[in-house]
Design a binder for this molecule. Structure first.
Ligand SMILES: [Zn+2]
Length: 130
């Protein structure tokens, strides 16, 4: 099966590209949250637990943000290469409705679900958030 992204209109792709570029700009803003990612040592064990939890959540947010930035970057690269909107796994067109919801989607819903069931981390090549 050969597809080249033509199931999406140029306008649709231009619109999604604008959304992705907006996200990229936003994600490029330096994080003040990074300050939260510090190990604190507190006298009170309960305070210590709370501090650790806050830190874990901050780390998680940074992690998600780094992943999203990565996905957005990949999506913009695919638009440039004319491969946008094609499932990376089965190479079928990703439905426009899915791309409306997730403009950076790389997989169609069946492939995504299948990978999730298999417990495969589909993107293991993130640069570190630092
Ligand atoms: Zn697929």
């Amino acid at each position: 099966m050969t597809t080249n992204g033509n199931h999406l209109g140029d306008l649709d792709t231009a619109r999604r590209k604008a959304i992705l570029e907006g996200m990229q700009a936003e994600l490029a803003i330096p994080l003040s949250e990074r300050d939260e990612v510090r190990v604190e040592y507190l006298a009170d064990p309960l305070d210590q637990v709370k501090s650790n939890t806050d830190r874990d959540m901050a780390v998680q947010r940074l992690d998600q943000r780094a992943k999203l930035a990565h996905e957005v970057r990949l999506a913009l690269a695919r638009i440039r290469e004319g491969e946008y909107g094609i499932c990376e796994r089965c190479e079928r067109p990703i439905p426009a409705r899915r791309l409306d919801a997730i403009p950076w989607a790389r997989l169609c819903v069946p492939c995504q679900s299948e990978l999730e069931l298999l417990g495969v981390e589909e993107t293991g090549d993130f640069e570190s958030a630092a």
